[in-house]
Design a protein around this ligand. Structure first.
Ligand code: NDP
Length: 311
């Protein structure tokens, strides 16, 4: 069997296109475009790439994307003061602080900063109020990566209701909200993590297997039930030629791509899984573009005031 590839790039492009008239209508009505404030602290190369991708996609969709750069020496207080300013702004409908913050800010910095964001502007969906609403299945701003996965599955007509969904990973930003969204869509959900016993056997019972681990090629063929839908959330950068050759083989175009760039982005799912799975999301070009499309949708939702603080 060769898995059907679920083309996140194409689906995300269609979603972004469908948002454009809605963004235009908002802009006409409000006399200004929906505004997204992005805070980027330091010079993390991956963060730079993510932020420029969000800025480009947002601008193309008609949003006003306002990127605030702070130096790596900035303090948590500097970030909190900026968030406070964006909270009060009537031009910024959404606020996003790009993860990770510099280590020097301390281990609780990200939490303090997220807690400071006005929940009505919490387009990442990480604020405790957003999370609480998600748990209760109330209208809220939902984290972009897991909502992008649901959207991808819906577009690909993968039935979620009644399916056994296994989510590997329990982070606050991907694994946990992913499991909740699957549950709200009536899947039977199992969450696996680093302490799970017999993870391979559990994963192999999944109709829908979501890998959000951060380990290249962790999900091998034996973890996948034949015909299952496999969603690869992982984004891992390989910098060793040997690793790339071991995964993809000597003749693969991926090896040639590695030779050109000196690194290669791969997911958490081994390429050979494509021979077993019924459907599979590629990396790149699967969940990543969907995440950005959902961020734009959340910003529009926030601009329209669809999420109020006392709902
Ligand atoms: P975290 O590191 O926060 O979480 C990883 C999870 O994987 C943890 O729950 C951890 O378990 C689990 N895990 C790690 N090793 C193992 C193992 N050997 N066996 C079983 N479980 C394991 O990562 P994130 O959730 O933030 O991200 C996951 C991946 O998704 C990363 O590659 C990240 O880059 C990518 N990502 C992609 C996005 C996209 O847009 N496509 C957006 C966000 C993330 P435990 O809790 O027990 O430690």
């Amino acid at each position: 069997m060769t898995a059907r590839m679920l083309d996140g790039t194409a689906i995300a492009a269609a979603i972004r296109e469908s948002l454009r008239p809605e963004v235009e209508a908002f802009t006409r009505r409000a006399g200004r475009p929906p505004g997204l404030g992005i805070v980027l602290v330091g010079h993390n190369p991956a963060s730079e790439i993510y932020v420029s991708g969000k800025q480009k996609a947002g601008t193309e969709a008609g949003l006003w994307v306002d990127v605030h750069r702070l130096p790596p020496t900035a303090s948590v207080q500097d970030v909190l003061a900026l968030v406070e300013r964006l909270n009060r702004s009537d031009r910024h409908d959404g606020i996003l602080v790009q993860d990770p913050l510099p280590d020097a800010m301390g281990s609780d910095a990200a939490r303090r900063v997220v807690d400071a964001i006005d929940p009505r502007k919490d387009v990442d969906g990480f604020h405790p109020i957003s999370v609480g609403r998600l748990v209760q299945n109330r209208p809220t701003l939902v984290p972009c990566t897991p909502s992008g996965v649901i959207e991808l599955l819906d577009h690909a007509k993968v039935a979620i209701s009644g399916a056994h969904a296994v989510v590997i990973g329990r982070s606050d930003i991907v694994g946990k909200p992913m499991a909740l969204l699957m549950l709200h869509r009536h899947a039977t959900v199992t969450i696996c993590h680093s302490r799970t016993r017999n993870l391979g056997a559990v994963a192999a019972t999944a109709d829908i297997l979501v890998a959000a681990i951060g380990r290249p090629a962790f999900v091998t063929q034996d973890l996948v039930k034949p015909g299952a839908t496999v969603v690869d959330v992982g984004i891992n950068r390989l910098t060793s030629r040997d690793d790339v050759e071991r995964l993809f083989g000597r003749a693969s175009p991926r090896l040639a791509a590695f030779e050109r760039r000196g690194s290669l982005v791969v997911g958490d799912v081994h390429p050979a899984v494509a021979e077993v799975a019924g459907a599979l999301t590629p990396v790149p070009g699967g969940v990543g573009p969907m995440t950005i499309a959902m961020l734009l949708r959340n910003t529009l939702k926030a601009a329209r005031g669809e999420v109020t603080s006392n709902e």
